[in-house]
Design a protein. Structure first.
Length: 40
């Protein structure tokens, strides 16, 4: 049971990490688009 719970926690942490990274990428992408629109 210890290994199972550890695997679940690691999996949840991995998902949280991926979601955080994707969020940062999306934010940077949106900011870049806004800057491009302002330049034009």
């Amino acid at each position: 049971t210890i290994r199972i719970t550890f695997s679940v926690q690691s999996y949840t942490g991995l998902i949280f990490f991926v979601v955080t990274v994707l969020s940062l990428i999306i934010i940077m992408f949106v900011i870049t688009i806004k800057r491009i629109k302002e330049v034009k």
